[in-house]
Design a binder for this molecule. Structure first.
Ligand SMILES: Cc1cc2nc3c(=O)[nH]c(=O)nc-3n(C[C@H](O)[C@H](O)[C@H](O)COP(=O)(O)OP(=O)(O)OC[C@H]3O[C@@H](n4cnc5c(N)ncnc54)[C@H](O)[C@@H]3O)c2cc1C
Length: 355
């Protein structure tokens, strides 16, 4: 079978890239080994334009947010299911200084599309610790990633666009105009294999910096909370009285095992945020495919134009993937440029590329 693209991996990256290609009329096959312990299935799926301890605007947010606010509802229609949930994020202030800083910053044009006015905190009086009020961030929410991946996988399978098995680079042979893999001849093979790329013979030289993350699933002894609450950690309502609490960042222990250390960090942060009792019902861990400069790795291999990569989505796969999948498509099919901040060319000079 002749293909335009053979895509390796069906996490967030492979799902959104392959959907973008198929929507543009390309002949695609997705190869995925079906592992359940992948970053995309652990992730909470939150998108939030203002994040981090210093509460700064998400990098490239003014491009990413309008794009995916259109992309996900269209993808829901395409798959005929609902996984895109828009929720505000309530940020309670913990000091007078924080309150003052944000009262001054709220009026700045760069925050206008994302930040509401000052909240006196009465709404969350019995729930959240702190007497300094807070603010609400708009255009935020979460994607139920497992549901999105499961539904898309079913669609791929039904349309014979999925090979559910392990892919091995050794099984590829390079012909003049295509790559042969099993019965398929593809013009290009694109790796969307998450942390798998760190061991790839094509891309091991890219400076990935994977980071383990853990989250808790808890029940709260309160009336239902309908917004994300965030300070030190986030508390995300996911239905049935359950909330996800996350997330940790650990560069040292890169495995999928929930740890005592992770639980203690998250419990400490949760107790600093909420007044109410909670019960832990689950704990999850995953490894984010993050990079040395916290920007994605996208592009074509420097010596092999038939091999590409769409990876390095780090802690923000949900926000980054739709916009940059579209940019990568335009790069491959229309010769448009990738922005240098995501193009793997940026690291060629910095980290020598060795065969
Ligand atoms: C605790 C935690 C919380 C997070 N919270 C958020 C959040 O709230 N919002 C957000 O946007 N992001 C979040 N993330 C980050 C998010 O998970 C990543 O950005 C995203 O999952 C990366 O997706 P990916 O498709 O690149 O990689 P992966 O999810 O790792 O997918 C790679 C896929 O390729 C397959 N594969 C790999 N090798 C092979 C092979 N040889 N053959 C066949 N198949 C193969 C794998 O099985 C998998 O299906 C979180 C991560 C963690 C760990």
């Amino acid at each position: 079978m002749e293909l335009d693209y053979l895509i390796i991996g069906q996490g967030i990256a492979g799902t959104i890239l392959s959907h973008t290609f198929i929507q543009n009329g390309k002949k695609v096959m997705v190869v995925d080994n079906g592992k359940k312990h992948i970053s995309s299935r652990i992730a909470a799926g939150i998108f939030n334009p203002i994040t981090g301890r210093k509460m700064v605007k998400t990098w490239y947010g003014d491009h990413l947010f309008p794009f995916f606010h259109q992309f996900y509802p269209e993808f829901e229609n395409f798959l005929d299911c609902s996984f895109f949930h828009q929720l505000k994020v309530y940020h309670p202030f913990d000091t007078q200084e924080k309150q003052n800083d944000w009262l001054a910053a709220m009026g700045e044009p760069k925050f206008q599309d994302y930040v509401g006015g000052f909240e006196d905190g009465k709404e969350y009086q019995g729930i959240v610790k702190g007497d300094f009020g807070g603010m609400k961030v708009h255009q935020a929410g979460y994607v139920d990633i497992s549901l999105m991946l499961d539904e898309y996988r079913k669609w791929l399978d039904k349309n014979n666009f999925l090979i559910a098995e392990e892919f091995s680079e050794r099984e590829m042979s390079f012909e003049e105009d295509f790559i042969q893999w099993k019965d398929f001849s593809a013009k290009k093979v694109i790796f969307c294999d998450g942390t798998g790329s760190t061991k790839s013979s094509f891309f091991h030289w890219l400076p990935f910096r994977p980071v383990k993350g853990e989250l808790l699933v808890v029940k709260l002894a309160s009336e239902p909370i309908c917004e994300i609450i965030s300070r030190g950690c986030w508390v995300l309502p996911v239905g049935n009285g359950l909330y996800k609490v996350g997330a940790t960042y650990d560069h040292s222990e890169l495995n999928f095992s929930p740890s005592e250390k992770g639980r203690m960090i998250l419990e400490e942060r949760l107790q600093a945020l909420l007044k109410i009792p909670y019960e832990i019902v689950d704990q999850k861990a995953g490894v984010r495919p993050a990079t040395y400069d916290r920007r994605p790795f996208i592009g074509i291999h420097p010596e092999n134009p038939k091999i590409g990569i769409f990876n390095g989505l780090g802690a923000k796969g949900i926000s980054l993937a739709p916009y940059f999948a579209n940019m990568f498509y335009n790069h491959l099919e229309k010769n448009d440029s990738l922005i240098m901040e995501v193009d793997i060319k940026r690291v060629l000079k910095k980290y020598f590329y060795h065969k």
